[in-house]
Write a protein that binds this ligand. Sequence first.
Ligand code: SF4
Ligand code: SF4
Length: 380
Amino acid sequence: MTSEMHGALARADLQRLLDALSAKGYQIVGPTVREGSVVWETISSVSELPIGWRDQQEPGRYRLEQTGAQEIFGVVHGPQSLKPFVFAPREPLLQITRSKEGFTTSPTLPQPEKVAVIGARACDLAGLAIQDRIFLNETYRDPYYATRRDGLFVVAVNCTRSLQTCFCASMETGPRAKCGYDLALTEVDDRLLVEAGSEAGRDILSGFSLPPASEDLAGEATRRIESCAENQVRRLDRSRLPHALYEAHEHPRWDEVAGRCLACTNCTMVCPTCFCHTVEETPDLSHQHTAHARLWGSCFTQEHGYINGKNIRPTIKDRYRMWLTHKLASWIDQFSTSGCVGCGRCITWCPVGIDLTEELSALLTPGVQPPIDLQHKIGT
Ligand code: SF4
Ligand code: SF4
């Protein structure tokens, strides 16, 4: 390995990296094919990764196909980002016990665990950085998130193919992982360009005697990443945000999209940056103890808008408008960044194929409503 920690690994030797991470005590998690999709699972062997598989994604459509090739990282992404590793879908927060004096509470922090995730994409890292800004905020640092985040080691994979739904290039979040990774891989035929991005990454690689990456390999990796960006067919025009979206508050397009939206919450579940949650009590039969837990929530539910005896967002139009306006406009005012990283998951996993890039374009065009693409139906 060179002093810049920029080396070349034969694709057939990727198992050495997994073994090195295991030896350091990491539980290794990677993308695996399960029931027609790709999901994160604990793995111990490269053979469990989706070798030879590729994903095709379009509005409301996700398909996997086996190509027979030896490509390890041909699948770009499944429905999950890095979010579940740090912002748990169900997080026990407190145990509450009733006593004569009142109540006592004891926090239930997660056990610290070392988890190495193989195959995160640039958009996932951008989403994680946004979640860090929210949950690790100095004033309101979330100890549950922080405990999980401390043990996370990310092996990113730079994208060399784009999906129909990707628009990270226009959001300047990808397809190359810029920061936030421990190691980054770029698969170039039967070789992997390996780059270290943190002390933890350099520590893992210090035991390897990787040859330095040739100029030929580094150049070809860059060429493929740039080609991936150029091939993206979707883009989101941010030039007039956030103000133009605020000004579109009464646009007729909100009624039109509300007529298609099912308020199913899929878009918020798959989004790497959405952080709405609800809380749940699970009392025992004695009514002396209760478990207080945080669960992923969604601004698309009726319950989310219920405040002080009144629902402030009773219609789907209210909720879709709130979600898109927060994601693309007021998020910028709150956190100095867009709430969207261009991963395209909400487009793929929306059962009716609602595409936020198309919606924004329509909303920023006064009086013009593009026709609904009738191919955006379930399963087509
Ligand atoms: S809003 Fe959609 S495209 Fe943007 S980050 Fe969330 S899931 Fe990805
Ligand atoms: S996934 Fe689609 S249908 Fe479901 S709530 Fe989101 S926009 Fe509406």
